[in-house]
Design a protein around this ligand. Structure first.
Ligand SMILES: C[S@@+](CC[C@H](N)C(=O)[O-])C[C@H]1O[C@@H](n2cnc3c(N)ncnc32)[C@H](O)[C@@H]1O
Length: 272
């Protein structure tokens, strides 16, 4: 397939470093320009992430939901309305902060932080966030999130898929590295295959388990096991109402379940 990815990137190392170091500034400017009006409220999430509909054991039980890279709350606030049993946290390095009865948002850079500022998470969600980060950080970021998740918890990811219409529109002047581009406003976007997404997650689990293996006094049931509940391309043709132009959108949708087990699953799969 012919696209900007087949061409040699033209962006110099100086600019690549500048986009990396100024990523927070560029998202701040993005939200300053677009305020809350850029992304539409995401009302499809209850249907896609049905695991969050749980029956609490008693009236006091409230499971923890964390959205990583929550922006201005286009996902968080619709979910808040339909899920009163959950306590919602949102983190992002660039946004207005809320602290209300059922929701608290925190400022955090998920690449730089040592550990997630919210722990004991039952449901975690990342929508179009990993793609805005440099691919060399994915394993580390995913490991921090998975570590902070409870036994029997779920992580839901939706992000840009390989050869999405927006990827095909970039030219070689916007290419930072394979399948990774910079937009005119300095924000960046990576376009995933489902195999890559699986491999980033598998590698992050391996890192966590290797670390636990090295600790001499690791508690029982502390190794991480994951199950891929979903990992597929979500494809949709969206028609622009004004121009009637059809846009072929491709997203990767991944849902994993984390459980805690006694034995290192990495060793089990190697032995068998
Ligand atoms: C494409 S927007 C998606 C926003 C929101 N998830 C949605 O779908 O409406 C990416 C978001 O990730 C945030 N983000 C990017 N890199 C981040 C980082 N290193 N730490 C925390 N947030 C980050 C940006 O500030 C931005 O709000």
């Amino acid at each position: 397939m012919l696209d900007a990815n087949t061409e040699q990137e033209k962006i110099t190392e100086f600019w690549k470093t500048k986009y990396e170091t100024e990523t927070q500034k560029n998202w701040d400017l993005f939200y300053k320009r677009n305020t809350v009006n850029f992304y539409k409220d995401r009302h499809y999430l209850d249907k896609e992430f049905q695991e969050i509909k749980y029956v609490p054991k008693d009236s006091k039980e409230r499971k923890v939901f964390l959205e990583i890279g929550c922006g201005v709350g286009n996902a968080l606030f619709p979910l808040l309305e339909t899920n009163p049993n959950l306590y919602f946290y949102g983190i992002d390095f660039s946004h207005k902060q809320y602290d209300e009865a059922h929701v608290k948002t925190l400022q955090c850079d998920i690449v730089e932080c040592k550990e997630m500022p919210v722990q004991k998470i039952d449901f975690a969600m990342m929508l179009f966030v990993l793609s805005s980060i440099h691919p060399t950080h994915y394993v580390n970021v995913l490991a921090k999130i998975l570590k902070a998740m409870n036994d029997n918890s779920y992580l839901f990811i939706r992000d840009y898929g390989r050869y999405d219409m927006a990827q095909l529109r970039f030219n070689a002047d916007s290419k930072l590295s394979d399948h990774f581009y910079v937009r005119n406003d300095g924000t960046r976007a990576y376009y995933f295959t489902i195999e890559e997404m699986k491999s980033f997650i598998d590698n992050s689990v391996q890192c966590i388990n290797d670390e636990i293996s090295k600790q001499s006094s690791s508690p029982k049931s502390s190794f991480v096991k994951i199950e891929f509940v979903e990992n597929y391309y979500c494809k949709k043709i969206v028609q622009n109402r004004k121009t009637q132009v059809q846009m072929h959108r491709i997203w990767v949708q991944t849902k994993i379940k984390k459980t805690l087990v006694d034995q290192n699953p990495n060793n089990i799969s190697q032995d068998s």
